[in-house]
Design a binder for this molecule. Sequence first.
Ligand code: E4P
Length: 217
Amino acid sequence: MKFFIDTADVGEIRSWNETGLIDGVTTNPSLILKSGRDINEALAEICDIVAGPVSGEVTALDTAGMISQGKTLAKIASNICIKLPLTLDGLKACKALTGEGFKTNVTLCFSANQALLAAKAGATFVSPFIGRLDDINIDGMELIEEIRAIFDNYDFKTEILAASLRTANHVKDCAISGADVATIPPSTLEKLVAHPLTDKGLAAFLADWEKTGQSIG
Ligand code: E4P
């Protein structure tokens, strides 16, 4: 499973990219607002840091406007992935843009049928939002399983980009359910690393090592 980082915070992206574990980045208008940055400048910087796909989201609601904004965003760098909402206009824009060779991420997906439409429109990625479904007591992970089954039935190449992941368990369950990509906020990435038994075990090993009086190298 690929790991994308779900933030427009360039400092966080730079720091996590140093781990070598980050395969791409997702942003959205709310994350751009949170970053306090100009979208063009932030995306250009992010695309310089991370070689993989960097999603930048259009804000137009009509197909022509989405295509125009998408092409403008794609001029920023060759690894820009145009993020489009899962509406009829968004699907039409997706079909047109993928037909012209652009990478696309159809976002705000909340049902298997929506994902099927995104795949038929040729999306590079479709983004089911797990946390927001959990917020309304719908099992987001079931959605990932349904989409996985549908895409495998028909050999769709669209990648399932699990989004709105809020917990370490979300990430684990996405991997079990066969998501191709998990986009993870920095705070959740930190939670994936930490385990109290790792800290406790390391402290015990180091204490015993001290007692041996040895050194390596
Ligand atoms: C990523 O593409 C999404 O925009 C993001 O994961 C949404 O997360 P949220 O539901 O926590 O805002």
